[in-house]
Write a protein that binds this ligand. Sequence first.
Ligand code: GLN
Ligand code: ZN
Length: 761
Amino acid sequence: MASHIVGYPRMGPKRELKFALESFWDGKSSAEDLEKVAADLRSSIWKQMADAGIKYIPSNTFSYYDQVLDTTAMLGAVPPVYGWSGSEIGFDTYFSMARGNASAPAMEMTKWFDTNYHYIVPELGPDVNFSYASHKAVNEYKEAKALGVETVPVLVGPVSYLLLSKPAKGVDKTFPLISLLGKILPVYKEVVSELKAAGASWIQFDEPTLVTDLESLKLKAFSEAYSELESALSGLNVIIETYFADVPAEAYHILTSLKGISGFGFDLVRGTKTLDLIKGGFPTGKYLFAGVVDGRNIWANDLASSLATLESLEAVVGKDKLVVSTSCSLLHTAVDLVNEPKLDNEIKSWLAFAAQKVVEVNALAKALSGQKDEEFFSANAAAQASRKSSPRVTNEAVQKAATALKGSDHRRATNVSARLDAQQKKLNLPILPTTTIGSFPQTLELRRVRREYKAKKISEEDYISAIKEEINKVVKLQEELDIDVLVHGEPERNDMVEYFGEQLSGFAFTANGWVQSYGSRCVKPPIIYGDVSRPKPMTVFWSSTAQSMTSRPMKGMLTGPVTILNWSFVRNDQPRFETCYQIALAIKDEVEDLEKAGINVIQIDEAALREGVPLRKSEHAFYLDWAVHSFRITNCGVQDTTQIHTHMCYSNFNDIIHSIIDMDADVITIENSRSDEKLLSVFREGVKYGAGIGPGVYDIHSPRIPSTEEIADRVNKMLAVLETNILWVNPDCGLKTRKYAEVKPALQNMVSAAKLLRTQL
Ligand code: GLN
Ligand code: ZN
């Protein structure tokens, strides 16, 4: 019985690649230094998998930045602005595409399906001359072979590559990217033939777009592509790997009837319907790579249950054709539990990071072949049982309260226009009121104070006075700038989710549980392992302290339940919505305590609401329903005079505008630095919304300081679409990554622009 791993994290157990990359980019180390770190990481990963007994070990899943960019390099599809000479692509061209250079900005980056990983979007058009320009896949295969490890080279499949790309600048937006198939396949053929010559006997094409809603024309491209490749692939065993969701029935039938393919990989964690499709019919003589070990999460596998699934599949595909696998690349989980000395043993026994998942896959494969490691299985069963019964996981009162929310509705009693009137009487704001999104620059000094307090190097008293001083500075600055609705600046927060997670019960934090977000950037999601509750107020002290420093309205600042959920590793022993409802109830308590403490404006950030929208359209409505409901739960109990804001980062709102309106916030601020009028009209036309809208008037992601005229011009453009009485003036996101030298003049110009426009209206 065989085992297979779809892909493995690149960063290293302690983010070695991140530090090597950043040091290279800063000119502090050489290309050879970087290559050495990368080679060491690859070799230790291959050896680890080989030692664990994995049969099909992937290669070419390492990347210096991103696997889609690697494919762009392989195909020589470098946009002309990077001035590439046409020879083998090196670091210079590669990192220019990823990060920009002196004369050209970086290529666009976008979310990889519904993960928090971001890939570099290929920019293609009819004039691109594809050529075989990066031999990375072959080199890595050979590198592993030289180390004595036989691997399965992994390529982003040609159809998914095209479907994930966009028309290059100057190319018609309706250009059918899939029409480039005939042009890229010759390069794929060259790669395949080199891999064969190097001795490869298997090759894996990742075609995850097969799990999305594809029209027939695009589905047909898979048949075209693989029949075109068939002769080049002959003599090789070919796996087509899908992941992240169910494969729709039509796609399943097309996929499994492809000729010349030896095996198919499916995500059986998220794809329970795929399981039924397989049981309903699987081509004889083909391998099934059964993804039963979750690559998207950090929970230990329920081995007994996976074994039962696998045994049922054995009957369908045959004993010798069943391969135990991961649901997707392990890229999306943390690397190694070994580096978590601070997690207690009970919680640790419930977890499996990438290194542990490799062992699980192998244990399952061995069990299927009659060599079950009884000790390993019984330890796993004991851990599963302890998780089910642990009092740390279950809080009956919370369970009851959250379950009661299901199927019910919670919203404020009065409609938004009436509420805004009541609020205006209290707040007395000018038209085009100015505000900011929450955080102010986080100085090195501030980070030091927080770090030392956490490490107990400074007393609570000293910490409080340092933070108070910072808040006072931020409040005074905003008063000087004459901003209308103030914020406290969030100096006590390291991260908008972690800050709340640390104070809620049911959350655990890792020391090294990093997951790549893009390039060298990683995130360390909290782990939600138990029922969530709020032992005591989390922000009331700081918000009321800040309010006491000014007579202007001070916004209370909270992270919403959907964002906390979407940016965490979520428990898999109850539906996501139930966990979300629990968080919503905790945030509701906080909202009400803020209100009692005299905070009249409360912002509940839902930066990640859009991110959680499922891949398949058929699942959108259900998600949006409970997500929006969760948001409303947090503030359904406040008085009309309490103004609820929400903030969302840049995302495509067009298709979810009704849900955003259904959140029923009084004011919504969105990232809109591109001044997208279409986006604004969506807000305007979608429904007679009536609430306040603050589309960011300048881009905080850049150090550039916008002038008063420029901001006024932008606001004027917004006013052409939106009405004066609903428009707010604010930057497009929090200011924490900027410097005061940028923030002060930018905000000054923003306020001047608002004042200028007020005189003209
Ligand atoms: N209130 C948060 C801040 O200002 C919002 C951040 C975000 O939307 N990502 O930093
Ligand atoms: Zn934002």
